[in-house]
Design a protein around this ligand. Structure first.
Ligand SMILES: *[C@@H]1O[C@H](CO)[C@@H](O)[C@H](O)[C@H]1NC(C)=O
Ligand SMILES: *[C@@H]1O[C@H](CO)[C@@H](O)[C@H](O)[C@H]1NC(C)=O
Length: 510
């Protein structure tokens, strides 16, 4: 299985800061480009990680016993879903005219064409949707989720990065996979697109989980060090030289360099090394953010040996403590983290400001540990003296996977999100009337570039554009024909997923 041979940390873990929001007029002042964003990034990133200490070692044992029920874990996500939705609109929309005026048309007019439309459990996007790196994965996940569970009709703008935060109520609803500095930013969070071979493919994700599970080692036999491998974002032109750049793109490097420094200071507790994915020696970049972040290079000298050997996925299963570092480019989420919870090892999250859709359920000391340069080794030492607490934190991590990140969990959360969006914004009043939505699409959107999301292999094989007279075209006069094949598709999806959960991918399908 090819998938399993790719160590997760070496897949490009970066989420490049998309430039979209720099020019996005729909974007408020609460983004990383604003004074608020920069200050928040410094407070919750640089300053918080520098100040972080293991000051709660005495309470760790008791705290870790406060396991949360599955219901509680899920409720935390539901609560944030509705909070972020109400930030757009405090009141539910209940008349058809209001729906039309307030959101559906606004979404249809999106100049960036990041629209995703679910109608009759068919998923539609503009062809351009596939040109953006994280979008196809999102479309695939929605397609599989709706085949698996059935979805309400819904329409929204999809954003890989978040937009502003102040005055969300003046903006068009966006579903986003990440908020770079915190929950206050606008957007409703949905799962990132990197599950299942980086394709957002739930079947592949199930197969991958199954493959790894069969090889897990007993916790007590694992190595008692905090393990990490990852790269640094090169900065040959030394652009990390203003407050804005340091807040937008340099936090990932800062955190990673701090982790490598902690590893040099505490080789018995921390094994965090730099690898560049090409088996070359990884070098410390020249000090960045000079005069802005005083400890940027963690006091490491130019020649410091931060590089280490490449470790394969076996090493992720045989360490008790797995570090997650923010993405190298923008200090945002890293796809590496998707893979850590299921190992049953203790997840150690380097202090970071970004949030993802399941983060509302996380709690330091219960589901994972927050760590940084001056706390990571202390936590490892304390847990090595208290294996019971260590193992408990490891099994809580696994419960996060089983409750929130498993293939069916991702599908269920997408469906829940669509139900909430549809209900709160009254979308069903318009979308459930095929004739009506077709009219609106013809009036406000570009019907010539619509495609139905189908099996996705890679960006060389994109779905064909729908012909104008295709009976499933959402712009068709009178609306698209009903989806009589859904039940059959649903059964096929259910069977394929059940097979993948049990045995992996079906052989004849590669
Ligand atoms: C971060 O810490 C530095 C140094 O202690 C301080 O000057 C700065 O005001 C802090 N920034 C924020 C946003 O808290
Ligand atoms: C997901 O992967 C499976 C197995 O390779 C494939 O059969 C299925 O069509 C994929 N789903 C999508 C929406 O691409």
């Amino acid at each position: 299985m090819l998938l399993l041979r790719w160590p997760w940390a070496l897949l490009p873990t970066i989420t490049m800061a998309s430039n979209a929001w720099h020019t996005d007029e729909d974007c408020g002042c609460h983004n990383l480009n604003s004074a608020w964003g920069i200050r928040t990034m410094f407070e919750r990133g640089y300053n918080a990680s520098l100040a972080h200490r293991a000051s709660d070692l005495k309470q760790l044992k008791d705290k870790s016993k406060q396991t949360k029920s599955e219901k509680k874990l899920r409720q935390a996500l539901t609560y944030e879903l509705w909070r972020s939705l109400r930030a757009y609109r405090s009141q539910q929309i209940s008349t058809r005219e209001a729906v039309r005026k307030s959101n559906v048309v606004k979404i249809l007019k999106d100049p960036n064409r990041n629209i995703l439309l679910v109608l009759n459990n068919r998923v539609y996007v503009h062809r351009e949707f596939y040109e953006r790196s994280k979008h196809p994965g999102h479309a695939v996940m929605v397609r599989e989720a709706c085949q698996l569970l059935g979805c309400p009709n819904v329409i929204y703008d999809f954003a890989s990065e978040t937009t502003g935060g102040s005055g969300c109520e003046q903006r068009t609803l966006k579903l986003a996979i990440n908020k770079e500095v915190g929950y206050e930013q606008c957007g409703v969070l949905v799962p990132n697109s990197y599950f299942g071979g980086g394709h957002g493919n739930l079947t592949m994700w199930a197969s991958e989980v199954k493959g790894q599970d069969s090889k897990l080692e007993p916790f007590s036999k694992r190595k008692g060090k905090a393990m990490y491998r990852g790269s640094l974002h090169p900065d040959p032109d030394n652009v990390f030289s203003s407050e804005r750049m340091c807040s937008e793109v340099a936090y990932g490097n800062y955190a990673r360099i701090s982790a490598f420094a902690a590893s040099l200071d505490h080789p018995d507790e921390v094994d965090a090394k730099c690898v560049d994915g090409k088996h070359h020696a990884c070098k410390l970049p020249p000090p960045s953010c000079v005069g802005i972040v005083s400890d940027f290079n963690s006091g490491l000298k130019k020649k410091a040996r931060i590089d280490g050997e490449y470790l394969d996925d076996k090493e992720y299963r045989n360490h008790k403590y797995l570090l997650n570092l923010p993405g190298a480019a923008s200090g945002s989420y890293s796809k590496n983290l998707n893979h850590l919870w299921r190992t049953g090892s203790v997840v150690m999250q380097w202090v970071h400001p970004f949030v993802e859709w399941y983060h509302p359920a996380l709690e330091h000391g219960v589901t994972h540990l927050d760590v940084a340069r001056y706390s990571v080794a202390d936590y490892v030492r304390a847990l090595e003296r208290d294996p019971e607490t260590a193992e408990r934190l490891g099994s809580e991590a696994r419960r996060i996977h089983d409750t929130l990140l498993c293939p069916r969990c991702l599908a269920a959360f997408l469906k829940e999100t669509f139900e909430a969006v549809s209900k709160h914004l009254g979308q069903s009043l318009v979308l459930d009337d095929g004739k009506r939505i077709a009219e609106l699409l013809r009036e406000h959107a570009d019907c010539s570039t619509m495609a139905e999301v189908d099996e996705y292999r890679d960006h060389h094989h994109l779905p064909a554009l729908l012909r104008e007279d295709d009976p499933i075209h959402p712009c068709r006069k009178g609306g698209p024909v009903s989806n009589k094949n859904w039940k059959r598709d649903h059964q096929a999806m259910e069977a394929r997923l059940a097979y993948a959960e049990k045995y992996g991918l079906e052989k004849n399908k590669g």
